[in-house]
Design a protein around this ligand. Structure first.
Ligand code: THU
Length: 132
């Protein structure tokens, strides 16, 4: 799938964002190695820390449907520059594939592409945990 198509999925998902508190809508589209696309949007809560980012919404949908290998994720929001994932989302993306391409964009069409590992150097991983 071409980046522009994945971006289009993310733009559509953004329109479904539940963001009554920040009014800041974010959309994501995660491309599984199977070729399937899993979309996500941010889902906020009156208990603010209970809210979830668009990227983790997409990852949760994919994993719960049996897919854990990902090639790319597109993220879009109405930001000045390309929409960059937060630190927690970077950690979650690296959990699955630090080589995953992260396609960051905004409504103006600015695009920045990096790998998840480039966005989170020296990530804490399962290898850092003692063997149980
Ligand atoms: N948000 C995301 O969905 N993804 C990010 O990577 C950054 C932030 C959401 C969380 C919250 O609902 C709103 O954007 C404002 O922070």
């Amino acid at each position: 799938m071409e980046d522009k198509d994945l971006i289009e999925y993310a733009r559509k998902a953004r329109e479904l964002a539940y963001a009554p508190y920040s009014r800041f809508q974010v959309g994501a589209a995660l491309l599984g190695k199977s070729g399937r696309v899993y979309t996500g949007c941010n889902v906020e809560s009156a208990s603010f820390p209970a809210g979830t980012c668009a990227e983790r919404c997409a990852v949760g949908k994919a994993v719960s449907e049996g897919e854990t290998e990902f090639a790319a994720i597109a993220v879009v929001c109405d930001s000045e520059g390309p929409c960059v994932p937060c630190g927690i989302c970077r950690q979650v993306l690296c959990e699955f594939n630090s080589d995953m391409r992260v396609i960051m964009t905004n409504l103006k069409g600015d695009i920045l592409v990096r790998t998840a590992g480039e966005l989170l150097p020296w990530a804490f991983t399962g290898k850092d945990l003692p063997v149980t």
